[in-house]
Design a protein around this ligand. Sequence first.
Ligand code: UDP
Ligand code: MG
Length: 319
Amino acid sequence: MRPEISVVLPVFNESENLPELKSRLISALESCGRTFEIVFVDDGSRDGSFPLMAAMAESDRRIRAVRLSRNFGHQMALTAGVDHARGRLVAVMDADLQDPPELLPQMLLKIDEGFEVVYAKRTAREGETAFKKMTAHVFYRLMRSWTNVEIPVDTGDFRVLGPKATAAFRKLREHHRFIRGMTAWVGFKQTAVPYVRPARVRGETKYPLKKMMKFALDAITSFSYVPLQLATWLGFLVSLFAFSYILVVLMLKFLGINERGWTTVMGWMLLLGGVQLMLMGVLGEYLGRIYDEVKNRPLYLVAEEAGETLEDEPRPLPR
Ligand code: UDP
Ligand code: MG
């Protein structure tokens, strides 16, 4: 039977967190007396996370596990989970217990009030490095001023989607996914539930600096043209300087002092070379993403499933 709520959890080497996660999720969901299913998506773990979740699915019909064919990344794993969810509502959260399951009942009440997207907003973050907090702070403010969708600041992917928002989200098949932005983009009535984000208890972060940078680039390019417009503005600015400088150069020529100026020439050349290469890089970032969209590969591939599968109760998957 179709459950009221599906909880989707992307899992990448989280086997040490799964047992506690499962028991806390089940007691939180049972406490609000709704039918539910838990959808674990194994994103190419190498620590035995899948066998563990498959065993959980064997012993409890409310648990399902989907294994992707390799590591596709957090945002893709999340997408796969939402695609496989059968519930009327879909909750998405991290599997490392940094998104406390105990917040779910409160978020579900907001859905009952008629909100379509309820996101958890962290008022404080425990146990994160000063660097992560600082970069996150700058990132969310930058996104706010550079994009034209209202992306809420200081939220992760911990949120509950109502039926309309879920249907809308499933229609967004872009390849570079910034899910916090996408769920904001769908619109409808949205609200926040505040919480203190606890530290990771076990295991380590799966978002090293390199992945964080890629994530930030995907976020900016998916929702903003500002980096492209930079070319226009810098172009105007440099041209303005250049035209005024031509006058200076001409004046110097007529005064007969046009021999010197090696420093100036070199300076301008290096500056312009740098700016041009940088802006070509910006173009490249967008071009590469356009290329990925044009190739139109599937977003992820499923290797196997445990527990009830979608075929047990067919629901047309989006394209
Ligand atoms: N994750 C994933 N695939 C990845 C990286 C992370 O499915 O390639 C999962 C991870 O298991 C966790 C969630 O995404 O459930 C968030 O990752 P993490 O806690 O490492 O991020 P952080 O909280 O440090 O930003
Ligand atoms: Mg985490």
